[in-house]
Design a protein around this ligand. Sequence first.
Ligand code: ADP
Ligand code: MG
Length: 254
Amino acid sequence: MIDLAEIHRDFQVGDQIVHALDDVNLRVASGEYLSIMGPSGSGKSTLLNVLGLLDRPTCGKYVLDSRETTDLTDDELAHTRARKIGFIFQSFHLVPRLTAFENVELPLILAGVSPSERKPRVQRLLESLSLTDRAHHVPNQLSGGQRQRVAIARAMVMEPAVLLADEPTGNLDHKSGADVLAAIEGLNSQGITLIVVTHDAEVSQRARRNVRMRDGRIVEDVTRPHPNPPPQAGEGNEGRNKPTLAREGREGAS
Ligand code: ADP
Ligand code: MG
């Protein structure tokens, strides 16, 4: 699914060069759930931006879905990103003037999906994230947890194969953070490849595979042999597999 080879990303800051990514090699199989931890400034966001085709590496190879991406034009990158990748951020990045519904609808409009097709897709997603009664609220009328769930819905509306989350619970209280994690983990259990950058060791340990970065390099990459045990009936995990999104049309979308 994802194959990064010898990736470097340098930034020129004044007369200095910052090696934000310094020879990163990473392979991620379809359907994996991976966390990335590391101190501030270690290159986590830069790595996620490269993975999400929001940024280009200075050098190295990035193959996504059997396709080399480093020689794509900007238009091809944008097209690939829109169809294959969902992104959620610590600070949500919703459009403040638009309602929850309109924020989720936006990628569909940009992709030229007809209004009659857009409405049920947006409604279904909002419902799956328990946001139906917030559909016509603008972001500043929503709690942090609700905003992040809107952001998840927006990230999912194009039915991407990969969901990238940069500190998705960083601005949330514990309960809202848990709801957001349950929502994205539910998507992973339905097959989406999930990569979560986090400061929080507890969040990190929920993923089966844990990558640690330092100074732009991957210094640890551990996959535990057994995933988290499946939830037992009556253990209070009934929210774990929400939301249940219909996956029809996914093949057609990619
Ligand atoms: P993290 O997300 O782990 O905190 P980042 O990927 O944001 O780290 O940053 C890694 C390094 O690259 C830091 O030293 C940061 O200052 C630098 N950096 C990131 N983005 C830029 C940029 N656009 N311009 C200059 N330096 C940058
Ligand atoms: Mg960061």
